[in-house]
Design a protein. Structure first.
Length: 240
């Protein structure tokens, strides 16, 4: 994608976050990799006032913290930059203060394997970090550690971060993480939810390599899972 398209997609996803109830006011921030730079939302701009020209640009390998743009980058630029620098599997990040994820983070409760969709985050838990003040290197270090082998993390008394190879994939995870947090909260409020064991989650993580959100181009070339094609053969045989 060209820089212009990436800037437009950042603005569009910011608006989506608000529309889906995952962010409010000026909370949260988004970034996307563009070659050896990072495009990131500016600090403290309400999403309904954001335009593509306001997106800041930061070098991934140049002077730490250098930026260009009409407005300063998000106060959380360290988190975004530090993750993009070391995680070559990541092309985009979303940080939100969504309600249920943040509520669990206030209790320092990691999300457990109460639903198989946790596999979309790479393992049997979505960790919760300790608290560190917003915009600090300390918070960035906690986030990076919490994201080891994972595509999402809760930040203590703050919110959540999700990763994606693309911004659309990160957006998919933002919705899924908040949904998991809500389901975990609801189930825990009326009983003790069953926890799927680590082996089962490891199996589902494997299946997620060919399942789950994929960009339209990859979706077109994807082969149907084995079980489904077997079903189709049977149905055909019966119909004939
Ligand atoms: P920015 O407006 O600086 O991106 O900060 C919002 C936020 O969520 C801080 O954690």
């Amino acid at each position: 994608m060209k820089e212009k398209d990436l800037r437009e997609s950042l603005v569009a996803r910011c608006r989506d976050l608000e529309k889906f109830g995952l962010n409010q006011g000026t909370a949260g921030n988004l970034s996307i990799r563009l070659d050896d730079t990072m495009l990131i939302t500016p600090s403290a701009v309400p999403y309904d006032q954001l335009v593509p020209e306001m997106i800041a640009s930061m070098p991934l390998n140049g002077e730490y913290g250098a930026w260009t743009g009409p407005l300063p980058p998000s106060s959380e630029w360290r988190i975004h930059l530090d993750i993009l620098k070391v995680r070559s599997d990541v092309g985009a990040l979303i940080h939100t203060h969504s309600l249920y994820a943040t509520t669990l983070s206030m209790l320092r409760k990691p999300i457990l394997a109460v639903h198989y969709m946790i596999a979309a985050f790479g393992g049997p838990t979505i960790r919760c970090t300790d608290y560190a003040p917003f915009g600090t290197k300390e918070l960035s270090d906690l986030a990076l550690a919490g994201l080891e082998d994972r595509m999402g993390v809760l930040l203590g008394s703050h919110g959540m971060i999700v990763l994606g190879t693309t911004l659309d994939e990160a957006m998919w995870r933002a919705v899924e993480l908040e949904t998991l947090a809500k389901m975990f909260y609801l189930a825990s409020s009326i009983g003790t939810p069953a926890i799927l064991d680590d082996e089962e989650i490891a199996r589902i993580v494997e299946r997620f390599k060919t399942y789950g959100y994929k960009p339209p181009k990859e979706r077109a070339g994807r082969k149907p899972p084995k079980e489904k094609s077997a079903l189709r053969v049977k149905t055909k045989a019966r119909a004939g």
